[in-house]
Ligand binder design. Sequence first.
Ligand code: HAM
Length: 444
Amino acid sequence: MQPKALPGFRDFYPEDFALRAHIFDAWRTVARRYGFEEWDGPPLESLELYTQKSGEEIVGQLYTFIDKGGREVALRPEMTPTLARVVAARANGLKKPIRWFSIPQLFRYERQQRGRLREHFQLNCDLIGEPGPLGDAEIIALAIDVMRALGLSSSDVRVRLSDRRLLGGILREIGIAEALHPLAYQVLDKVGRSDYLGRRQALCDAGALEAHVSRLEQVREIRVWADLEAAFPGAVSVGQPLAETIAALTAMGLGEFVDLDLTIVRGLAYYTGTVFELFDAAKTLRAICGGGRYDNLLNAIGGTDLPALGFGMGDVVLGELLRDRRVLPPLLPAIDLFVAGVDPTDFSDVLALAHELRDANYRIEYGLGSQPLGKLLKLADARGVRFVLVLGETERQSGQVMLKDLGAKSQHMIPRSAIVSALARVVPPAARSLVPVHGPSSHG
Ligand code: HAM
């Protein structure tokens, strides 16, 4: 039996890694465009960091054990508690608002299914120290711009946006007792899912009136602000920050990505305000991204009272969507040039030339060991490289190198002494970014 990776854990062969690198490249490029700085924390934390604040769903999925020092520890299932801990420890010395991003690998013992694994990478972007709705718009715009940088438009991806403050106002207007709000949120969260009826029954069993629960169900019909004003006029004033966030996104030209959807609650316990998720427009996949405002978490974890918000965007569902929409990065050869010697006496010239070109930032491979030229050309061809430099006795005598263009099936001599400048005209050195500066937006 050949050993295999554990269920829910991935091996990244180079072609898989190319997609992961493409996603990470877009994540970093866009986060930096927003002035976010990259940070990281440890993959192993004390268990307590999660049991207190993350909510039962994540706690039930923890990889946890007792270390040799007798400590209860857990592999990180999410980054937000670590962020709260790290920021709270230095809160006074950090200029607010703090704009930080991170790309941790996270571990959750989940039932493996499409879009859900036991490890994933997650872009986390968080804005700390900003209470106003423009901060919310900034964070949501960043998530949308990642989609645009990857070649996805508003017909591929939708942002579903809500606000727990507004939902609280609606529940109060309906007359559902404060103690029942967590159960009522669960009912909304499960709309359209198999366990919906069970949650509804639990809310009624806990004492909610049938008439109130029916009214709560109207929330899922609300699609635009006018629907909210008509159905729950008393709650509109607590929805003001959400209205301002939507207006700001519209001013940025990103409004067409955004749907008001008051069934978005989010499973994590710490959210206090805006909550949002990004989904594929066809709704065939799980959430690509989820986030929101968590104004009390830094205080609860580190005793520092700072408002905060952010999101986590996973690589698994995003990768599936890029495959579905056929916006994958081109598979490029790993080298720009192959260098081949005609016979073993050319080998030291091959080494000198290869190293000169590597110093000039070319990606170079040459045959290791003595092999006939025909075999070397076959290897170059298998690598998918277009250009091969050939060095032999004739070339050495004339102070030249032969440049073979395998694509155009042509060849010509170039001077050995000025090889770098001569090559630059034909084959520019590597150093390329695959992420376009602008993807599609409503500004065209
Ligand atoms: P979350 O909704 O638990 O939020 O995860 C965010 C995203 O990570 C999901 O939408 C999904 O794409 C991806 N994800 C989560 N679990 C898995 C899994 N088992 N397999 C594959 N992908 C997964 C959080 O983690 C919050 N801490 C995000 C946050 C940051 N909120 C504020 N700041």
